[in-house]
Write a protein that binds this ligand. Structure first.
Ligand SMILES: Nc1ncnc2c1ncn2[C@@H]1O[C@H](COP(=O)(O)OP(=O)(O)OP(=O)(O)O)[C@@H](O)[C@H]1O
Ligand SMILES: [Mg+2]
Length: 403
């Protein structure tokens, strides 16, 4: 990295129409992305969707087939990797084994002739709370500690843009959760722009200000974590980021406030402003934790008045306990399987397999997809396949029936 690329603060990153084609395979398809300076941005997607390729393009390790890369307002598309104000932390952190922790961190500064490299290295080690181990060699550290040294080594260069490619992948779950919080703190403290790549949805939600969900070389949806979670626009996002119950049916009523969809002889209402498609066959969804299990049929009058959707009666076909909550699978004739997550309260009602139940939810919690019915079915299947290929993504709830 040239001395002139030393940053006091983060820079914007803009990708304009980026396409990357390898012989016989297009990994990235006309990708547009804007990451504001100083933000913590997560690129989230299943294995093979193009995350690492995107980072390599930004870092200048790979040349785009088409499109422009702009960092801090400067077009860097044709500049060399070392001329870009960028540092990358990879999953394998590759510290120099024969050097002390301190020398590992100071290495890049020395090479660039930066003044007081050891003072700056100590400062970076303090940031990751490892200054007391500065004299050790990497082999004398735990995996998590080595990971933090790798981070200090990247941060000490003060790159305007720090790229993180699954940097916590090698850590066990507990350490990983701890590092996620620390990484977020470090980013807030140094104020640089972080672009973090992960296939772990919980990791993305914990750390990022903005998440872009990527699928097959394209961004499906981008927004704040809560926004993506509460209002997913595609079946893929609805089932890759958490789980969703999806119901496909015909629109039978539309007012400025509400959309009514017939699903398997039952009627579901969602707020119109949460429904991108308002005619024909649409897919609507609701998160499993938003559902209430009822053991008797709710009074129809009170249901409508209070803005509640009800499905049922159905039968409990599976109950699975997972500590904090219990997952119930309800088979509703004509509708399909509905997943309910219920918190485990000490005095709550317990429902067993075979019980007759109804499920209900507040109309405000429903959402409509912009997918066509065919896209919704394909997207749900892709999310399920991604979940199946990857242990840490929960199995998706697939209730895509035609009404
Ligand atoms: N040099 C290459 N030649 C051909 N295909 C490539 C090359 N590099 C990557 N690909 C393909 O491009 C796609 C995207 O790869 P990439 O490494 O970006 O995925 P990823 O999202 O980082 O996945 P993971 O989560 O598994 O790391 C993959 O299908 C991969 O096989
Ligand atoms: Mg990768």
């Amino acid at each position: 990295m040239a001395a002139g690329t030393f940053a006091e603060k983060g820079a914007d990153l803009e990708l304009v129409g980026i396409t990357k084609t390898f012989p016989g395979f297009t990994a990235i398809r006309s990708l547009d992305l804007f990451i504001p300076a100083g933000s913590f941005f997560a690129l989230l997607g299943p294995s093979g969707c193009g995350k690492t390729t995107t980072l390599r393009l930004v870092a200048g390790l790979e040349e785009p087939t088409a499109g422009r890369i702009v960092i801090g307002g400067r077009d860097v598309t044709s500049t060399k990797s070392f001329q870009r104000p960028v540092n990358t932390v990879f999953q394998s952190y590759a510290l120099f084994p024969h050097m002390s922790v301190l020398e590992n961190v100071a290495f890049g500064l020395r090479r660039r002739g930066i003044a007081a490299p050891l003072d700056k290295a100590h400062e970076a080690l303090r940031l990751v709370e490892l200054d007391h181990l500065a004299a050790r060699r990497p082999g004398q550290l735990s995996g998590g500690q080595q990971q933090r040294v790798a981070l200090a080594r990247a941060v000490v260069n003060r790159p305007a843009l720090l790229l993180l490619d699954e940097p916590l992948g090698a850590l066990d779950l507990k350490l990983r959760r701890q590092m996620q919080l620390e990484l977020k703190d470090i980013q807030t403290e140094v104020g640089l722009t972080f672009l973090h790549v992960t296939h772990d949805q919980e990791e993305a939600m914990t750390m990022a200000d903005t998440i872009a969900v990527m699928n097959k070389g394209e961004i499906e949806q981008m927004g704040a974590p809560e926004e993506l979670y509460e209002l997913p626009r595609t079946a893929f996002v609805a089932n890759f980021l958490g789980q969703s119950n999806l119901f496909t049916g015909e629109v039978v009523g539309s007012t400025p406030d509400a959309l009514t969809v017939a699903v398997g002889g039952q009627r579901l209402v969602i707020p119109s402003q949460r429904a991108p498609r308002r005619t024909g066959t649409v897919t609507v969804g609701v998160r499993p934790e938003k559902l209430l299990l009822l053991t008797s049929e709710p009074d129809a009058g009170s249901v409508t008045a209070s803005g509640t959707n009800t499905l049922g009666p159905g039968r409990v076909i599976d109950v699975s306990f997972s500590g904090v909550s219990t997952q119930y699978t309800i088979s509703v004739p004509g509708v399909g399987d509905v997943i309910v997550f219920a918190q485990n309260m000490v005095f709550g009602p317990v429902v067993h397999v075979g019980a007759e139940v109804w499920v209900s939810w507040n109309v405000e919690h429903g959402f409509g997809l912009e997918d066509s019915p065919e896209e919704a079915a394909a997207g749900a299947a892709e999310a399920a396949a991604a979940a199946g290929a990857d242990g840490d993504v929960a199995t998706s709830a697939l209730t895509t029936v035609r009404g």
